[in-house]
Design a protein around this ligand. Structure first.
Ligand SMILES: [Zn+2]
Length: 290
């Protein structure tokens, strides 16, 4: 399956993707060329001169320094393990700030962007959150949040808009990618010694989990198979018929990132099956797949 076919690209029907009424064909053209390679930009939060929050022991580093290393691990993992599916480049805000970084991200033709941060508040504040701003970005936020929760095991603070998280900080960063997914990660609190101990000891796993989740998500999102969709929320019930009057099936709930094949599209409920187990057929609410 190639992304080089513009007719197939139109069939992706972006109005179905998160209800976002803009064609993705321009995005697909940037990655055309006979491969299914997707481009993921990693933006390191803050700058060397203004490095963001400083984490307590055992990290004892700024957001900028810790995340520059995390970004390097993410790229190294993609370069060695995801050679057929994902190309990762690292971008910094040192030259030209947020807008300069994202201009270079767009010039590179990124399919999606992840900006790396960590949270800071009181020593007791804890947990993982992922920020998104555009409708097209929520699905990526959900799958990266789920992968981070699985890796660190910290409290689930949810996926949030910048307004929900902190009165709007981050909106400018998350508004730079048009119809392409763009998220900002806050995997733990640098102000919490327990969070820092876990994040430091699982740093390599965190890098691999986040980049792996992004790769799976992007390959499904930009796949030119019009019947392949992906589960957006962390848990999605599958029902025996098209409506909540029908009972849930035992092979659900499905986890974020699960790929489904759509067999029939009702107005609200879609009949789906698992591609690897086609005998498993059920119905899901179409708002929760993309
Ligand atoms: Zn930050």
């Amino acid at each position: 399956m190639s992304n080089g076919d513009s007719i197939a690209a139109e069939r992706l029907c972006p109005s179905r993707l998160f209800g976002y009424p803009v064609s993705l064909s321009g995005v697909l053209e940037t990655t055309a060329g006979g491969t299914n390679m997707k481009k993921l930009a990693i933006v390191v939060g803050h700058t060397g001169a203004r490095p963001g929050a400083f984490a307590v022991d055992p990290i004892a580093q700024s957001e900028n320094a810790w995340n520059a290393d995390l970004a390097g691990r993410m790229k190294a993992f993609a370069d060695s393990h995801l050679t057929d599916s994902l190309s990762v480049e690292i971008f910094t805000r040192d030259d030209g700030g947020v807008s300069g970084a994202y201009r270079r991200v767009r010039e590179w033709g990124a399919d999606a962007a992840i900006e790396l941060h960590f949270n800071a508040a009181t020593p007791a504040a804890t947990g993982t959150e992922t920020l998104y701003h555009t409708a097209a970005s929520r699905g990526l936020a959900e799958v990266v949040q789920a992968a981070t929760l699985e890796t660190l095991g910290l409290r689930d603070r949810g996926v949030k808009t910048p307004h929900e998280a902190s009165g709007g900080r981050g909106t400018a960063n998350l508004s730079q990618m048009g119809v392409r997914p763009s998220i900002l990660t806050e995997p733990f609190f640098g102000s919490n010694p327990g969070d820092c101990a876990i994040a430091q000891s699982r740093k390599q796993h965190l890098a691999e989990a986040q980049v792996g989740a992004a790769a799976r998500y992007l390959s499904a999102l930009y796949d030119d198979d019009p019947d392949a969709v992906m589960v957006i929320p962390e848990a999605l019930n599958v029902r025996g018929g098209p409506g909540t009057d029908f009972g849930t099936l035992s092979w659900g709930p499905l986890t974020a990132g699960t790929v489904l094949t759509v067999l029939d599209r009702g107005r609200v409920w879609w009949k789906v099956c698992l591609p690897e187990t086609p005998s498993r057929i059920g119905f899901v609410h179409s708002d929760y797949v993309a």
